[in-house]
Design a protein around this ligand. Structure first.
Ligand code: MG
Length: 244
């Protein structure tokens, strides 16, 4: 009883402490834990009507967010985050789309939790589909691979081991705004990881944020796709998109 009282007291003290609202842990969900499913072996090549965003040869469809030269490594038909070189984005903007993207976390496992093979795919430069090595790597469920970061945990953990290529197939529906910048309809996303459904037409809450509650901010109908440099040598290949 005394122990329960002390735990409750600690929680209350914490919740009311001055900086509690600035604590990123407030938006972490650790339970439940998505079950593990082992994927089959599939590769999806671009169909005839797709815009090929990356075929392993060059960065012609990409730019940095600050107009600098792209410093990501280009080798073996893949591009790899070069630590500290920054996010990259597509030159073209996209709204409603079907996206195929393949990614690989480093074979050499370093760090744990959010520090193991972290990157991310930002639809419309704002809504992050998390890329992370969650093969035997626990973090908060709504921040693991396949989560809409800090909004929706994946339905299952469909991760392949580090060093192996895996895929996301995404159906993204852009949000719409009223003239007064209020939300007319929220963005929606469906995601298959390695062919397994992990997000089923969920309604996105707003811009992805590390701390605090997501909010929408009005933006245009088409915005670039961003790939995140989170300091880990995550690779991407075979990226194509179909506008819907
Ligand atoms: Mg990330």
């Amino acid at each position: 009883m005394k122990k329960l009282f002390l735990i409750t007291l600690n929680i209350l003290l914490y919740a009311f402490s001055v900086n509690a609202q600035d604590d990123p842990r407030l938006t972490e969900v650790w339970n439940p834990v998505p079950g593990v499913v082992t994927p089959g072996k599939t590769v999806t090549d671009a169909p005839s009507d797709a815009i090929v965003l990356f075929n392993g040869k060059d960065f012609s469809k990409w730019e940095t967010v600050n107009d600098a030269e792209i410093k990501w490594k280009l080798e073996n038909n893949a591009m790899t985050v070069s630590d500290g070189s920054g996010d990259i984005r597509t030159k073209q903007g996209f709204g409603d789309c079907q996206l195929h993207i393949e990614w690989r976390t480093p074979a050499e496992v370093k760090g744990d939790g959010q520090s193991r093979g972290n990157s991310g795919i930002y639809c419309m430069s704002r809504y992050e589909l998390q890329v992370l090595d969650n093969f035997n790597n626990r973090t908060y469920s709504n921040g693991q691979a396949g989560s809409m970061y800090k909004q929706y945990m994946p339905l299952v953990n469909a991760c392949r081991p580090p060093g192996e290529w895996q895929s996301y197939d995404v159906i993204f529906i852009a949000p719409h705004f009223n003239a007064d910048s209020t939300v007319k309809s929220a963005a929606r996303i469906t995601v298959f990881q390695n062919g397994i459904l992990i997000q089923n037409n969920v309604s996105i809450w707003g811009n992805t944020v590390y701390i605090g509650i997501p909010k929408y901010e009005m933006h245009s109908d088409k915005e670039p796709l961003i790939l995140q440099d989170h300091g880990d040598a995550v690779s991407y290949r075979n990226i194509w998109i179909r506008e819907l």
